[in-house]
Design a protein around this ligand. Structure first.
Ligand SMILES: NC(=O)c1ccc[n+]([C@@H]2O[C@H](COP(=O)([O-])OP(=O)(O)OC[C@H]3O[C@@H](n4cnc5c(N)ncnc54)[C@H](O)[C@@H]3O)[C@@H](O)[C@H]2O)c1
Length: 299
């Protein structure tokens, strides 16, 4: 039986890119998926149906409470209470890279509005549904730029730093409702919008590839194992007070090798492997945070 059979998963910003890949992966694990975006979601819904999954497309803006209210109501009516929320919607692939002195306050606000406030708003909208379901799992998509301090898009890095920080605070606060909150700290990923961004492809891609152990682009699909594992593996989350920062490209490395234990998402086994790697690496540290982990595949 698929591991997420009977679960309802809502993925924001899933008409394309990373969100679409995560929506398809959750559907492949048996979840009924709500594909949501400000753009048309039909393509992702069609792809999920073609792979034998169940999905509905519901347009919604994560910065608009009324739109979010309607999204959750539609999801509940069609599929049932929401068990899983992936806060993926964000502004990234359309950003202009520029020095911080050239970023206007309006640009700053526009990025924070979607990337940080949108996570807060979508989470707030979904929590009552999760409480009705008796618990849930939230995955927030942060970014390796936070750990690397990437230059030329301070508004973006700041907003994803906020997501990283909010994840920990949400995890502590929502644990009482049996709602787990975790983040994926994704490295530079060749999503559709990134592929269409000549400056990013030229400047960030080359730098990133050079710094990676595995010399290929990270694809949206490479993040699916972390998301699915995070949603379905309760035991790791309930290890009291651990957050794992994985070495650069560690996650990507695991997935590129298609190790069956990663594909089958036995996260405990992956964690054991990480412990072995950590012993060998002075750069990898474990720090204590309650009920929260982050996967880092940073550049
Ligand atoms: N691509 C990368 O290198 C990378 C790395 C780390 C993190 N991320 C994060 O992953 C997420 C997806 O990135 P992507 O590369 O697939 O980008 P993308 O631009 O392809 O996808 C983002 C999606 O969010 C949607 N969206 C934007 N504003 C919205 C709003 N107000 N309400 C609802 N939906 C909205 C867009 O329509 C789009 O479909 C983003 O949060 C991004 O910051 C991307």
């Amino acid at each position: 039986m698929p591991s997420l059979a009977g679960k309802v998963a809502l993925v924001t910003g899933s008409s394309q890119g990373i969100g679409a890949a995560l929506a398809m992966a959750l559907a492949a694990e048996g979840a009924k998926v709500v594909v949501s975006d400000v753009q048309d979601c039909a393509d992702t819904v069609r792809q999920i149906a073609e792979q034998g999954g169940e999905a509905i497309g519901v347009p919604a803006d994560v910065t608009d409470n009324q739109s979010l209210k309607e999204l959750v109501a539609t999801a509940e009516t069609a599929l049932g209470p929401v068990d899983v929320l992936v806060n993926n919607a964000g502004i990234f692939g359309t950003l202009q890279l520029k020095p911080l002195m050239q970023i206007s306050e309006d640009e700053w606000d526009a990025v924070f509005r979607v990337n940080a406030r949108g996570v807060f708003q979508a989470t707030k909208a979904v929590i009552p549904s999760m409480q009705r379901a008796g618990g849930g799992s939230i995955i927030n998509i942060s970014s390796g730029t936070v750990l690397r301090g990437a230059p030329m898009f301070l508004h973006y890095v700041g907003s994803k730093g906020a997501v990283f920080a909010m994840t920990r605070a949400m995890a502590n606060e929502l644990a009482a409702d049996d709602i787990r909150v975790n983040s994926i700290i994704a490295g530079f990923t060749a999503s559709k919008s990134v592929l269409n961004h000549p400056v990013m492809m030229e400047k960030i891609r080359l730098h990133t590839l050079n710094a990676r152990m595995i010399k290929r682009d990270m694809l949206p699909e490479d993040l699916c194992g972390a998301a699915v594992s995070g949603v379905r593996c309760k035991r790791l989350h309930h290890r009291p007070g651990h957050q794992r920062r994985w070495r650069r490209d560690h996650l990507l490395g695991l997935q590129v090798h298609h190790r069956p234990w990663v594909r089958s998402a036995t996260l405990e086994t992956a964690a054991a492997r990480c412990r072995a790697v950590r012993r060998r690496s002075r750069r990898t540290r474990t720090r204590a945070f309650a009920a929260h982990w982050s996967f880092a595949a940073w550049n």
